[in-house]
Design a protein around this ligand. Structure first.
Ligand code: GUN
Length: 325
């Protein structure tokens, strides 16, 4: 197992090898949560808001900035641009050489902050090591911070008055709601403590608000006996970035599993790799009441919620009320 995460201590291997039921007695099917379908529905609703804004003479604009040679980051950014164009959001893309001076990025962000055609500014993370990532997040105008990463927006979320919720955790709330998983009173375990997913996810889950009210544990690379924690969970959100680190032996019957991991592992395919999640899908499926696949689970929701935040930003800036889903 790569990274500093310790393997599940004493995890039981295997479990009932039935396709559908696990040890749950009566045959119960596992729901494979279709993120593409849920994301499409949200995007269609957000698209209606774009039309309403157009009636008011407003075209939302999203600027993406990529300062990286990483192939996966390039792919994510182009997916975001394409999604914008599909629903009528104007997209502006900016690339900066990965070895350019950091100031070039900060200057560009400043220009975009001042640009009246731009409602949202997104700098794709990670940025190169010579660029101070926290300064990048602070440099974006909080009103244009459609990622929800600026300290002002993080503070608003934590205090229960969110402006822009971070896209992936917000998307996970939407995804759970779409399959009628009520988080209230549930034991949720978030595996991973990144600023992008783990921390905001845990925060949203504890909020006294729809999609919250869960008793939430955050596990990370120093957690002892991870499996003991995940086995207590009604809902597991796996966001550690470690391929297939959670398997069915670490889960209880009837759990809902949300897999945020998108890990490239070597494989005998045309591209030389395949994508796997942080969850070992087949064994998790035997235990879970519902599980997200990789790909096609959380990813489409992240993009849908970016569209949502961009439209919200445009509405706020233009002073036009939009009825977001
Ligand atoms: N890198 C991975 N996920 C994200 C995201 O949601 N936003 C940005 N800006 N960068 C990312």
């Amino acid at each position: 197992m790569p990274s500093e995460w310790s393997p599940a201590v004493g995890a039981r291997r295997g479990g009932a090898p039935t396709e559908a039921a696990g040890d749950r007695g009566a045959i119960t099917m596992t729901t494979i949560i279709d993120g593409n379908e849920i994301g499409d529905r949200i995007r269609a609703d957000v698209g209606d808001c774009v039309e309403a804004l157009a009636d008011a003479g407003v075209t939302p604009g999203l600027a993406t900035v990529l300062m990286s040679d990483d192939e996966a980051s390039e792919t994510y950014v182009s997916m975001k641009q394409r999604a914008c164009e599909e629903i009528g959001i104007e997209s502006y893309h900016h690339e900066i050489d990965a070895d350019a001076p950091a100031e070039r990025l900060f200057d560009r962000v400043e220009e975009l902050n001042a640009d009246p055609s731009v409602d949202g500014v997104l700098v794709q993370m990670p940025v190169p090591d010579h660029v101070d990532a926290r300064r990048v997040l602070r440099s974006i105008d909080p009103m244009k911070d459609v990622d929800g990463f600026h300290p002002e927006n993080v503070g608003r979320m934590v205090s229960g008055d969110p402006r822009y919720k971070p896209c992936t955790p917000h998307g996970i709330q939407k995804l759970l709601a779409a399959v009628d998983v009520d988080t209230e009173g549930k034991d949720a375990v978030v595996v991973g403590r990144s600023d992008i997913v783990g921390k905001p996810m845990a925060n949203l889950l504890i909020q006294k608000a729809p999609g919250g009210n869960a008793t939430t544990t955050v596990c990370h690379s120093r957690t002892e006996d991870l499996a003991a924690k995940t086995r207590q969970a009604d809902i597991v959100v796996a966001a550690a970035g470690v391929p297939e680190m959670i398997d069915g032996s670490m889960l209880s019957e009837g759990v809902v599993v949300v897999d945020v991991g998108v890990n490239r592992v070597d494989a005998d395919t045309e591209k030389g790799y395949e994508l796997v999640g942080d969850v070992e899908f087949e064994s998790a499926k035997r235990k879970a009441a519902a599980v997200t696949p990789v790909p096609g689970g959380v990813g489409p929701l992240t993009i849908a919620m970016l569209m949502y935040n961009t439209v919200k930003a445009a509405g706020l800036r233009a002073g036009v009320d939009v009825e977001l889903p």
